[in-house]
Design a protein. Structure first.
Length: 216
């Protein structure tokens, strides 16, 4: 039985969120391929994980026998998140751009699961696990665009997910999502629609590809 770890972080609900809509399409295609599989779902907007504290942080560098009760409790919460990542055969993350970066709730999740000597270091415990990130954004930050230098979502997540956690990373990028709602962007609506279609097609195709790879 294969396990998908599905994480959403958009503050917008349901179809109002581009990232949630695309991750939902991925998950639907995934579940069609793996009807008996397991899905671990975390909605970080509805149920945020704790932001990292000094207690939780220092517990990771303290021997279990020397931890205070507070450190043990805080570390147990981190371990739960880490084990979900380690148990997953594939990971799906909705990461909309909020003010040029990722939502703080997603950053909190990453801060909790990054643990030197376990998930990070010479042999990361989830190394090689495929992860698909749906990185939606209201405008375009692609190479050659005026706001290329403001792209801090893909650059950051590549450094953390691929460079540190050792995951096998793919991005799906629905862009210009504000075009239908912003009159100043009305001429960009066709580009938005094309980007949205590519994102849904890419999500479905990637879900099926991963399902077939893991079933082999």
């Amino acid at each position: 039985m294969v396990t998908l770890l599905h994480i959403d972080s958009s503050v917008l609900p349901g179809e109002a969120s581009s990232s949630r809509s695309v991750t939902a399409a991925f998950r639907e295609a995934w579940e069609e391929q793996h009807p008996e599989g397991a899905v671990i779902y975390r909605d970080l907007a509805a149920n945020p994980v704790p932001h990292i504290t000094a207690t939780a942080w220092t517990a990771g560098f303290t021997a279990p026998s020397e931890r205070t009760p507070e450190q043990s409790a805080a570390f147990a919460e981190r371990v739960k998140l880490i084990e979900e990542l380690e148990q997953a055969d594939a990971v799906l993350i909705g990461a909309p751009m909020h003010n040029f970066s990722i939502p703080s709730t997603l950053k909190a999740w990453l801060d909790n699961v990054l643990l030197l000597g376990r998930t990070a270091g010479e042999t990361p415990s989830a190394q090689g696990t495929p992860v698909v990130v749906v990185a939606s954004r209201g405008g375009s930050y692609a190479p050659g665009t005026p706001r290329e230098g403001y792209e801090f979502v893909q650059n950051y997540l590549e450094a953390v997910l691929k460079g540190t956690l050792g995951l096998d990373l793919d991005f799906i990028v629905p862009e210009l999502t504000m075009a239908p709602r912003n009159p100043a962007m009305s001429e960009l609506v066709p580009l938005y629609e094309a980007s949205r279609e590519r994102a849904f097609e890419g999500a479905t195709a990637k879900a099926k590809e991963l399902a077939e790879r893991l079933a082999a």
